[in-house]
Design a protein around this ligand. Structure first.
Ligand code: SR1
Ligand code: MG
Length: 421
């Protein structure tokens, strides 16, 4: 991994063809005549430049890290090395769950850029959830991805030396972890400089900030985030990091990849489905609301079911690491299924806690989501965000008491009926 590089230069639509014309992996797809290449900058995320580079022969995605946070500007520097970690994480995800991520054609470390498969006609899952569209196979793909990447990147599967070397490597992604540590776990609960929120939420925010037990639990979860290097995670698995067609789903953007608690990715994912759920009255006519909200809750349940089924399958068929070795169970004629259930119980409790925290930060911290932000009527938005905030609090406080995602979805239905404001 290189440090910030003096030769680095951001691309632009005017320079990209000339600068990347000698990259064989691109010309193999677009042709060698760079005069026919067309570029469009489409990055609408918080951090990077993203170009669609096309010719009559094909298209590729070129993603380049900027040396600062795009959302904020150059007052917030951010290392280019995040492109290296994105590349590394995509490679591991492709190996652990083949077909789940875009193919990477080329990586240039000094320019912090990746050239990847152009996913088309995919759109961000968040856009589909706002538009009220369904995706077949969504929960199977998501649950399987979370289970396979979690299991195969952990001490349940990996050789201990490889796991420790990789954990050490990923400590270099510290600035991205620092963003999560502050933006997600800390800033929502005090007046951090970059926070912003919808008018009308002051009473709910005061309730959260006066809840010392809840804040202590959030900090316990931050301790897990910083200290429990259980597996390699995507690190930012929200509905803007997932691209879908009507029947295909791919995960993108793992630049926040880090070794942390297994429940983190799936907890963040559920949070983003819950925020999609709570925001629906701001996007749907009453006649179509219930059916679509129920679809979202079904996706949560079946994603989690798929996660547990796949994890259990891998536990049975691929448990080759240092944890829960066969020597202690099966080789002595004893079942390890009870141990597997205990591990899954702990993952679920962690996931529910991380879920509640993500529900808070997307409303109170710097980086909000379009599910709520696109609701123009401020009073409507505030009332929906308030339900989401109060449910997030209950998830954090009662994460060990909620037995399954059915109970979690029942809780969502209860808050969906409540006039919190
Ligand atoms: C300053 S970065 C803000 C957020 O954008 C990314 O997508 C992550 O979610 C991060 O927390
Ligand atoms: Mg991202």
């Amino acid at each position: 991994m290189q440090d910030q590089n003096a030769a680095y230069k951001p691309l632009s639509t005017a320079t990209i063809a000339a600068r990347l014309g000698s990259v064989d992996e691109i010309s193999a797809r677009l042709g060698i005549d760079t005069g026919t290449w067309r570029a469009q900058e489409v990055g609408d995320g918080n951090l990077n430049l993203v170009f669609i580079l096309s010719s009559s022969k094909g298209s590729v995605i070129v993603k380049q890290a900027l040396p600062y946070v795009r959302l904020v500007g150059d007052s917030w520097p951010l290392p280019l090395s995040r492109a290296f970690f994105e590349y590394q994480t995509l490679s591991r995800q492709a190996a652990r769950d083949p077909g789940s991520v875009p193919e990477v054609y080329h990586f240039d470390e000094s320019q912090a850029l990746l050239v990847m498969e152009y996913l088309t006609p995919h759109v961000l899952l968040r856009k589909k959830l706002i538009a009220g569209e369904t995706v077949s196979g969504l929960s199977d793909t998501l649950g399987r991805f979370c289970a396979r990447t979690a299991f195969r990147g952990s001490d349940l599967s990996m050789k201990t030396s490889a796991k420790k070397a990789d954990t050490a490597l990923y400590q270099g992604n510290d600035k991205l972890m620092a963003i999560t540590e502050s933006l997600i776990f800390t800033d929502p609960y005090f007046d951090a400089d970059l926070n912003h929120r919808t008018d009308g939420l002051d009473a709910v925010v005061a309730k959260l900030r006066n809840d010392v037990a809840m804040k202590s639990t959030v900090q316990q979860m931050l301790l897990m985030f910083t200290a429990n290097a259980e597996t390699l995670l995507h690190g930012d698995l929200h509905s803007g990091s997932i691209m879908c067609t009507d029947n295909d789903t791919k995960m993108i953007d793992p630049e926040f990849g880090f070794y942390g608690p297994i429940g983190f990715d799936i907890g963040m994912l559920i949070a983003n489905f819950l925020m999609a759920y709570f925001s629906q009255p701001g996007h749907r006519a009453p006649g179509e609301l219930a059916e679509y909200q129920n679809w979202i809750l079904n996706v949560i349940q079946s994603t989690y079911d798929r996660f547990e089924t796949e994890f259990t399958h891998l536990w049975t068929t691929e448990r080759t690491g240092i944890l829960f070795p066969h020597a202690l169970f099966e080789d002595q004629g004893q079942s390890s299924q009870g141990a597997c259930l205990a591990v899954l119980n702990k993952i679920r409790q962690d996931a529910i806690g991380f879920c509640g925290i993500e529900m808070h930060r997307r409303v109170l911290s710097l980086a909000h989501n379009a599910d709520f932000e696109d609701i123009e009527d401020v009073a409507v938005r505030a009332s929906l965000e308030a339900r989401n905030l109060m449910m997030g609090r209950e998830l954090i406080l009662r994460r060990t008491e909620i037995p399954d995602t059915r109970a979690l979805c029942d809780l969502a239905k209860k808050y969906n009926e409540e006039a919190v404001l």
